[in-house]
Write a protein that binds this ligand. Sequence first.
Ligand code: NAG
Ligand code: NAG
Length: 359
Amino acid sequence: MIWSARTLVAFAALGEAVPQFGGGGGSTMLRFGCSQVVIDRIDPLVNPDLLPSPHMHQVIGGDSFNVSMPSADIGNLASCTTCNFADDFSNYWTANLYFKARNGSYKRVPQIPNRLLFNDKFTTQTSGGFVVYYVSPGKGKVTAFKPGFRMLVGDATQRAKKGSGMKSQTCFRCFSGPNFGGDNASPCADAKLDTETLPAGQCLGGIRSNILYPTCWDGKNLDSPDHKSHVAYPSSGPATFTGSSTGGDCPASHPVKIPQIMLEIVWDTKAFNNKADWPADGSQPFVLSTGDPTGYSQHGDYVFGWKGDSLQKAMDGGPCTGASCANLKTQVIDGANKCKVPKRFPENYDGWIDRLPGM
Ligand SMILES: *[C@@H]1O[C@H](CO)[C@@H](O)[C@H](O)[C@H]1NC(C)=O
Ligand SMILES: *[C@@H]1O[C@H](CO)[C@@H](O)[C@H](O)[C@H]1NC(C)=O
C-alpha cells in the first residue's frame, strides 16, 4: 500500500475505526503533532556547550533540551513533552525561516498546524512546532532507537545541489491556494511538486518543508563524529516517504532497519505576500536561519528520548494510525502547550530585526 490519495481519503473518513495504516505485514505509520518547546540559539548535537550556537533553531519535544545533552536516557530525564504521544521525550529541531523585506529588515515566518488527518485534532491545534512521522518497513523487523541515540540530516553549510535527481533528504512544497490544504502526494519524490531550493514564486497557502531521516543503522554506535556515519540510507538510495514502507534493503555496513522518521513543517507566509516588499530583482525573499536564501541548508537534528520500550512496541504493530496507537499514551493539547524549556540565550527573534541572529 502506498501513500495514495484514495487510501488517505478512505482512512481519514473512517478515522479511528481503522485499525492500522499499512496494508498487511504489520506496518505502522505514526503521524503526530508537537508544539514548539523553545526557539533558541543552541544546538546540543552539533555544538554542545556553545552558547550561543551559530544560528537559531526551532525545537519540539521534551523539556530536557539543553545546551548540551550528554548521552543519557533522556526519556527518564524529561518531565514533560510538547508531543501528542506522552512517552515521546525526544527532541527534534530544524532551521527557522525568515522573511527579508526590501528595506533589509527580517521577520520570522511562523508555523501553522498541519491539516486534519485520521480525525487527529491534537495536530491541528499545536502552537508553533511541526509534525513527526515514524514508519516501520512494509515487511520485516524494525529496531527502535536505543537510549542515547542521536543523528543529523542535512548540512547547515550547504548552498548548492549535491548529487543528481530529486531523491532528496530535504525538500520544499509551495502551496498556491489561499490557505494551506496539504495534499497526499509523497514528499521529496517528484521534481514537479517539490524543490530542494526554497520556492521561487509566491506560495499564498504557505511553504512546507520535509526532512527524511536515514532508515539503516550500524547496530553499534549511538552517535558518530559527523552525527551521520552511524546511519545510512538503503543501498538503492535515499528512501522516499510512502507511509508504509521504508525503501530498499540496508547496506551490509548498516544492516539494522530503524524506523523512518520524517519531519513536516508548515510555514505560514500569508503576512509576507505583498509584492512591494519582495526584492526588486524578482528573487524570492525567504532565508533560513542559517543565513541561506537557497534552502539547501535545511537540516534536522534528532535526539531519541522515547520512554522505555514504548517506541519498539508501537513499531511492532500497535495497531497504530496516525496519532492513535494501541500501546501508546497520548496527552491533551493544553498539557503539551504548557511544556516549555527556558531560553538559554535571550535575544529578540520575533518582531522586525536588522540582521539574523548570529549572522
Ligand atoms: C542546562 O545546562 C546548564 C549548563 O550546562 C546547567 O547548568 C543546567 O542545570 C541545565 N538545566 C537543566 C534543566 O538540566
Ligand atoms: C521594513 O519593511 C517592513 C515591511 O514593509 C516594515 O514593517 C518595517 O518596519 C521596515 N523596517 C524599517 C527599519 O524600516
